[in-house]
Design a protein around this ligand. Structure first.
Ligand SMILES: *Cc1c(COP(=O)(O)O)cnc(C)c1O
Length: 406
């Protein structure tokens, strides 16, 4: 079996912020035989996952599922709602926001980027007041969409989407609100309807705990109206045919059958646990990991404590220490993969994922790997992050106990 033979004993610690560790229950569900995607059984699966995903997005709108990675769903959101040359306002919170801007520009949209200036740029969330100010200046309403990232996976900073909607309403501006929650969904609270989002975008391999390969759009009624007039070329990504066929549980082209088994299992797991309990569990893991980083005496990439991501934590390495060299030691010595710094923070920080199929002890193992790797890299630590995280986890019980006493 290819390179997989090189895996040492035990489980690899996949602590990157996506793809996240996939629970055995989901891997088993995926191993069911592939069925006829035009047959009667399939519609049961199709209708179930579409209904379940509405609960996950907290919406009554249609959910569109693509056999594509998150990048495809980014493109789908833009080509369905916009026309060539349309001005769009994009907020740069980090590397993923920057990639989305690049994609929008390649599609022929006129992108305008705003964000927190200077050295603090990739350490904060969306400042809704900047969006409000910019939209107020656009008295002709030429800006057609505002694009923001809910959980910026490159930095570990979340953004307040409800505040962005309030800012747009305060400016009395009709632009559509497009939100990337590719890594936020199913780990951080996300409310498509309540927050007045026009297109939500997500993917399978982050909070949903699936392998990569499917992604999502959720359009508001206003976005569906816009899609009827938008003229960017769209065929495969077009919502109309998909929404129509989804009514009976089918898709116009071949859906990713085995990933839909996985999605069904993932939704069962998330909804059985309860979304609020899922959000609380990732919050708590994030707190434990941050306790470790603080004990080490290192800086967290997110500079705003109210916006710490429940999905991942960005750890800044001290001046002169290459974060990728630290990651490499941790990988080679302890079989643990951590997220690299992306874009302009490459080499300056690494990322610890606390999404997907984790528990207190898998996170303790990952933090041990980090602590050993930092020491082996010659980083002077203020104290033991492992001890701090153990203290945190043992003194803060999980909201929903995972296991009852016998
Ligand atoms: C992972 C991710 C993407 C990219 O999705 P792909 O599945 O890699 O195409 C986009 N935005 C955010 C916030 C992400 O975390």
């Amino acid at each position: 079996m290819l390179m997989l033979d090189f895996h040492p004993t035990g489980r690899h610690f996949l602590q990157i912020p996506g793809p996240s560790p996939v629970p055995d229950r989901i891997l088993r569900a995926m191993s069911l035989p592939t069925i006829d995607h035009r047959g009667p059984e399939f519609a049961v699966l199709g209708l179930k996952v579409l209904a379940d995903m509405r609960k996950i997005f907290q919406t009554s709108q249609p959910v569109i599922i693509y056999p594509a990675s998150g990048t495809g769903a980014w493109e789908a959101a833009l080509v369905n709602t916009l026309s060539a040359g349309d001005p769009v306002l994009m907020y740069e919170t980090g590397h993923f926001a920057a990639l989305w801007q690049k994609l929008a520009a390649r599609l022929g949209l006129k992108t305008e980027v705003i964000g927190t200036p200077g050295a603090q740029a990739w350490r904060h969330g969306v400042q809704a007041s900047l969006i409000e100010e910019r939209l107020k200046l656009d008295t002709q309403h030429s800006i057609k969409a505002v694009c923001v990232v809910h959980n910026e996976t490159s930095t570990g900073v979340t953004s307040n989407i409800a505040a962005v909607r309030r800012a747009m309403d305060a400016a009395r501006h009709p632009a559509l609100l497009l939100v990337d929650t590719i890594s936020g969904l199913a780990s951080a609270d996300y409310r498509h309807d309540e927050w007045g989002v026009d297109v939500s975008i997500s993917g399978s391999q982050k909070g949903l705990m699936l392998p990569p390969g499917i992604s999502f759009n959720v359009p508001s009624a206003k976005a569906i109206e816009a899609s009827k007039k938008a003229t960017l070329p769209k065929a495969f990504w077009a919502w109309d045919e998909i929404i129509e066929m989804n009514k009976a549980g089918y898709w116009p082209s071949t859906p990713n059958t085995n990933l839909l088994y996985a999605l069904s299992e993932s939704c069962d797991m998330l909804l059985e646990h309860g979304l609020q309990a899922v959000f609380a569990r990732h919050q708590r893991w994030g707190e434990g990991v941050r306790a470790a980083v603080k004990a080490w005496g290192l800086q967290i990439q997110c500079a705003d404590a109210s916006l710490y991501s429940p999905v991942l934590t960005g750890v800044m390495t001290p001046e002169g220490v290459d974060a990728d060299a630290v990651r490499k030691i941790i990988y080679q010595r302890f079989d643990c993969s951590l997220g690299t710094g992306l874009g302009k923070v490459k080499g300056r920080m690494f990322r610890i994922g606390h999404l997907g199929d984790c528990n207190d002890l898998t996170l303790m193992a990952a933090l041990s790997g980090c602590e050993m790797g930092l020491k082996l890299s010659g980083v002077k630590l203020a104290g033991s992050g492992v001890l701090a995280a153990m203290d945190h986890f043992s003194s803060h019980a999980a909201v929903v106990p995972e296991r009852r006493a016998a």
